[in-house]
Ligand binder design. Structure first.
Ligand code: MG
Length: 393
């Protein structure tokens, strides 16, 4: 018998055996090896179906960072259905990312999953999705998360476990105390005390700085009237002068601050390296670190990177960024946009690999549409639920 004929028979037998099983793990086994790959473009019952709808997340507080304020965040929710299973995903579009509900919906309309015979062709599918446009990272992420959720469900396992990680003794996530100003532009201290009190169920506070020196220092001294919890700072590129940035960091180090995120504008890498050499606190890249290709360039200029699914196109690339950062001895954190528990639960799958987590996006919104990752006494907890572990509410 020719080897081609023998392979054909082997595949046919595998196909017949696979058709008889319904267990998700067996489904995974039968989809490997591309034996079902079809050139056909016509959708059939075994094709993945991507659907999506816009959603407006309402924030509990008006959210102010250096440069902007807002009370809602546009989101697009996605689903990929396949053989009775549904994976959920999400794109969140804070205005500074340059995406909108319209741009995400336009992108998703261009995604043709009918050309793929199996969701387990994840590399091929997500490489194709990434190739559709240059940017649209949040839209790509919405497909990536839904595909991961779907494949995890088909396998019957959560991603933290598929990747060989743990859900034991996970780190705390921080809660953000946003800036509050009075109409005349000065610090609204009563409001900041109130916001600080609301974060006391957490073990770590994140504070957004990068305003005037008076406002920045006033934020910290007002928070310190309420709590001694460790703080980390996100300056959102707000300190463009390196000497001033160093003075601020030294001042903050004496006040229980343990880490600084993105003190200087993202393109100033030489200045960031100067600052890192002198800073008493670790300095993490956020705006400077969008995707996998950025990580190596930041080595030496920053102590570590803040990975966000919406910036890096999702879980597949985030997993790769973690490997590269670890190989370069860089420190790791994960952050989020304003997101529902869907994208937050996707990010939480990585919790065991991180030194810091800033995954309070679902806690900041008043109208969550998923149940998923829970924060207990400030700590991230991950259940043994398949995929990203979410249920629609
Ligand atoms: Mg940041």
């Amino acid at each position: 018998m020719s080897s081609t004929r023998r392979d054909f028979l082997k595949r046919s037998m595998a196909l017949a055996a696979a058709a008889a099983v319904t267990n998700p793990a067996d489904l995974f086994a039968r989809q490997t090896g591309n034996i079902f790959k079809s050139k056909s473009k016509s959708p059939g019952p075994d094709k993945m179906v991507l659907t999506f709808k816009p959603f407006e997340a309402r924030m509990k507080h008006v959210f102010t960072i250096s440069g902007s304020s807002r009370s809602t965040t546009p989101i697009v929710l996605t689903q990929i259905s396949y053989q009775g299973y549904t994976g959920y995903g999400e794109a969140s579009m804070p205005p500074y990312l340059g995406e909108s509900t319209a741009s995400v919906m336009d992108f998703l309309r261009r995604v043709d999953l009918s050309q793929f015979s199996s969701p387990f062709q994840m590399e091929e599918i997500l490489t194709y999705v990434d190739s559709i446009t240059t940017n649209n990272t949040a839209a790509k992420c919405a497909v990536d998360i839904a595909l991961h959720d779907l494949c995890g469900k088909l396998m019957g396992q959560p991603w933290w476990k598929i990747w060989g990680w743990t859900n034991q003794d996970l780190i705390s996530t921080c809660a953000t105390v946003g800036l509050a100003l009075t109409p005349d532009g000065s610090l609204d201290k009563p409001k900041i005390r109130e916001k600080t009190k609301e974060t006391l169920e957490f073990n770590l506070i994140k504070v957004k700085l990068g305003n005037s020196e008076e406002v920045d220092k006033g934020m910290i001294t007002t928070i310190r009237e309420v709590t001694d919890l460790p703080i980390f700072i996100d300056a959102n590129q707000g300190w463009p002068e390196k000497g001033y940035a160093l003075e601020m960091i030294e001042w903050l180090a004496e006040r229980g601050v343990e880490m600084i995120e993105q003190p200087m504008p993202r393109l100033l890498l030489d200045e960031a390296a100067w600052l890192r050499d002198r800073s008493p606190l670790p300095i993490m890249a956020d705006e400077a670190c969008q995707r996998l290709s950025d990580v190596r360039n930041l080595h030496g200029a920053y102590d570590g990177i803040n990975i966000k699914l919406m910036k890096c196109t999702g879980m597949r690339e985030a997993r790769e960024m973690i490997s590269v950062a670890k190989a370069l001895n860089m420190r790791l954190m994960m952050g989020c946009m304003t997101e529902t528990s869907c994208a937050i639960s996707a990010a939480a799958q990585f919790a065991s690999q991180l030194e810091w987590a800033d995954l309070d996006g679902n806690w900041l919104i008043a109208n969550d549409v998923f149940s998923g990752m829970k924060v207990v006494d400030g700590y991230i907890t991950l259940e043994d639920k398949p995929g990203i572990g979410v249920e629609p509410l």
